[in-house]
Design a protein around this ligand. Structure first.
Ligand code: MIG
Length: 706
């Protein structure tokens, strides 16, 4: 593994443990690969692609597990319409692997502004990376398997943030639950319908006029008491924090920020102004460590009121408009007023107004100050959301308790401070599919704590989509239903009784699986491995390389989500004989062994299917309606046994930052028709009950009595 610094790259601090060797010549960087590079005012890298090369990675982007055939752009963008032709979403995750049948190559382009990845779009057998600048660090990983490459890369960017365990519960959100009564009634409905829930989100309306770190006194009077009332029901409130800070004299954040020079500045050295939800705003210069320390300390205002989790929004940063943008547009409009417009002039006029938000020109008109040097925002654009979340993450380090934190915009390295959600998706089956395909790529970029808005943010969800989406999301660490203002309500109790019952089973199944999911999360974090993996990470047959809608998960599971509407089953591909676990509810399920090959499997709406690999076990508990109420006195072993299977369950206290990870190991053997179980570690094996299937298609149920 090697890296090469071109020019004088800005230190993004994406890589914190540099395991690569610095090379002095650009040519040496790509030795033994087919990459070529040209450096001028911009940097261009190309590489021929073999017919069967698969490209994995790039984190949060449109399209498939295999990124071939499309163009992707890394430039953190607030675009609420994730249509197939969109090149950029909210994150900038410039790590990918070319998985060739001979020699896999991993590349990380550490560059904080725009990078375009043409993965065989323009020329089908050529990859072309265009870096919009002449200073960058390029990392190249060769000579290892793709699994090794991912591990080395993850090791170099450091361990993931660790959320509290309650953040693995079901979370309910909507823009907006606009006052205490609305929040309380949501909690009541969940309890009334016997639906699991661990937190309720507060979107921008909890704030006083959208001012960060303030509370709307009318809707949320006696906020501290309210937080503690909810807490006494074991429910957490998770407020949103936006990047833009309102310009308003007397507002603490505004006053302190201006006084101390904490905001980004324009070319005249005045705080830059852009409009977002609060109207005209200044934008904290998060890339400056002093600003981070200041802004981070403000989260404590809410923590002091009992808050234990946050989501950082609009931190690409999103800018609705600037005064200059409006002036440009109005000036243009005035210039053509009364004229007989040519059609191109008309389109220009339209574009001027349609393009007021997130203008490149605006991003080029403000500056960051780091160590006394001024940097144009455009050149560091992709570091903004990362450093906002870092501000919070650094502030939380002084606390004993873990704080939930996730962000919309991100760059590689941000995973050390928080997770991400995938932004404003839609209530479209295509976006459920996208959620499935994106998870492994997010993991490869370091983001373990992530998930999509279940049911879709924009547009109107129906109960079938919500059920199918929730079934997949059972496995995503962030398990949150969120929806946009103006859309059909989509909390799990909003549809008919049958749908509520189906969703109840899905949510409860998540709680049953949480010990396993949390354990696998801890392991992925500790071992620098992936929670979600393409099939080809575990199977070397050719067909596995082209499977896009099945994923390997944790130790031993294969996820087989239903992602089409109105279907009663799905095609699945099994690279080996596998046990199919068809779940109606945690305690209502069937097993069937399927041979290696292609199958069509029936999966009714109330069912989900999960593959269990040979000699693998999983562990579930009885569900509860809160993570904190789960009782693990009895745990249930499920599995598929040929001769010997082991499972190690990792756990910690789920609360404290420095809690020690403990584990216990279950070993199960099958010989001469007899099952044997033994345990090592801190758990009483007598509390285990098992229901497993053996290779010879026999089912074995029982309790351990050793
Ligand atoms: O301009 O806070 O992605 O989750 O509900 C929209 C309101 C701002 C965008 C976020 C979404 C959130 C919404 N926000």
């Amino acid at each position: 593994m090697k890296y090469y610094k071109i020019g004088h790259p800005f230190n993004t601090e994406a890589v914190i443990n540099n395991l690569c060797l610095e090379v002095q010549n650009f040519e040496d960087l790509f030795e033994s690969t087919h990459f070529k590079g040209v450096v001028n005012e911009t940097i261009n890298l190309t590489c021929p692609l073999e017919k069967n090369d698969v490209i994995y990675g790039l984190g949060e982007h449109m399209h498939g597990l295999n990124k071939r055939g499309q163009v992707y752009e890394s430039f953190c963008t607030d675009d609420p319409l994730h249509a197939p032709d969109r090149k950029s979403l909210y994150g900038a995750h410039n790590f990918f692997i070319i998985d060739s049948e001979t020699l896999p190559v991993g590349i990380f382009v550490d560059f904080p502004s725009k990078v375009t990845f043409d993965m065989g779009f323009e020329i089908k057998d050529q990859l072309h990376i265009a870096i919009d600048g002449k200073d960058a660090t390029i990392y190249c990983f060769t000579g290892l398997s793709k699994q090794e490459i991912v591990k080395k890369f993850l090791m170099s960017i450091g361990q993931s943030f660790m959320p509290p365990k309650w953040a693995f519960g079901y979370q309910q959100s909507r823009w907006s639950y606009e006052n205490k009564e609305a929040v309380k009634s949501i909690a009541d409905e969940f309890d009334k319908h016997d639906l699991p829930l661990d937190s309720i989100y507060l979107d921008i309306d909890y704030m006083d006029n959208f001012k960060n770190f303030t509370i709307d006194k009318a809707g949320f009077s006696d906020f501290k008491e309210f937080v503690s009332d909810m807490k006494s029901r074991d429910l957490r409130l998770v407020p949103i924090i936006d990047a833009g800070c309102k310009i308003e004299s007397g507002y603490e954040i505004y006053e302190e920020g201006v006084k101390n020079g904490y905001f980004c500045e324009d070319k005249y050295g005045k705080p830059f102004i852009g409009a977002v939800w609060p109207g005209k705003c200044h934008f904290p210069d998060f890339i400056n460590p002093e600003t981070r320390a200041w802004f981070g300390s403000k989260y404590h205002k809410l923590i002091d009121l009992g808050i234990e989790g946050f989501w950082n929004d609009m931190n690409e940063p999103a800018i609705f408009y600037t005064e200059e943008g409006i002036e440009d547009a109005v000036e243009y409009a005035e210039g053509i007023k009364g004229k007989n417009l040519g059609i191109y002039e008309f389109f220009d006029l339209k574009d001027k107004f349609m393009g007021l938000s997130n203008r490149e020109k605006d991003y080029k008109s403000f500056y960051h100050k780091v160590d006394g040097t001024s940097y144009n925002h455009y050149d560091l654009h992709n570091l903004y959301g990362y450093n906002m979340t870092r501000a919070a993450g650094e502030a939380f380090e002084s606390l004993e308790k873990r704080i939930l934190m996730f962000s919309r915009a991100s760059y590689i390295g941000m995973h050390r401070y928080g997770g991400i959600w995938t932004g404003d998706n839609h209530a479209w089956w295509e976006h459920l599919k996208l959620n499935v395909k994106m998870m492994p790529s997010l993991n490869m970029s370091g983001f373990l704590y992530s998930g999509a808005d279940i049911g879709g943010f924009g547009g109107h969800s129906n109960s079938e989509l919500l059920v199918r989406w929730s079934q997949f999301a059972v496995f995503t660490p962030l398990f949150r239903n969120h929806a946009c203002m103006g859309t059909r309500v989509q909390e799990p109790f909003r549809f008919d009784d049958e749908s509520t019952a189906q969703l109840r089973n899905v949510l409860k199944f998540r709680y049953s699986m949480v010990q396993y999911i949390y354990s696998e999360f801890l392991k992925a974090r500790q071992n620098y491995s992936l929670l979600f993996r393409p099939l080809s990470f575990e199977y070397s047959d050719t067909h596995s390389r082209s499977v896009e809608d099945q994923l390997m998960y944790g130790d031993g599971l294969m996820l087989l989500p239903v992602i089409e509407s109105n279907v009663k089953g799905r095609y699945i591909y099994l690279p080996e004989k596998t046990l199919i676990w068809t779940v109606n509810a945690y305690d209502d399920y069937q097993y069937e062994i399927l041979e290696k090959g292609h199958h069509f499997v029936n999966v009714d709406l109330e069912q989900m299917i999960i593959g269990i690999k040979k000699n693998k076990l999983t562990l579930i508990s009885k569900p509860s309606n809160r993570i904190g109420h789960l009782e693990t006195d009895t745990m249930f072993v499920k599995g598929f046994l040929e001769d010997k299977a082991e499972y190690t369950l990792c756990y910690d206290d789920g609360i404290n930052r420095n809690s020690i990870v403990k584990d216990f190991k279950i070993t199960m053997t099958y010989k001469d028709g007899v099952i044997n179980i033994s345990c090592e570690g801190d758990y009483d094996c007598n509390k285990l009950e098992y229901d497993v299937v053996t290779w010879d298609n026999k089912r074995h149920k029982g309790a351990v009595n050793v």
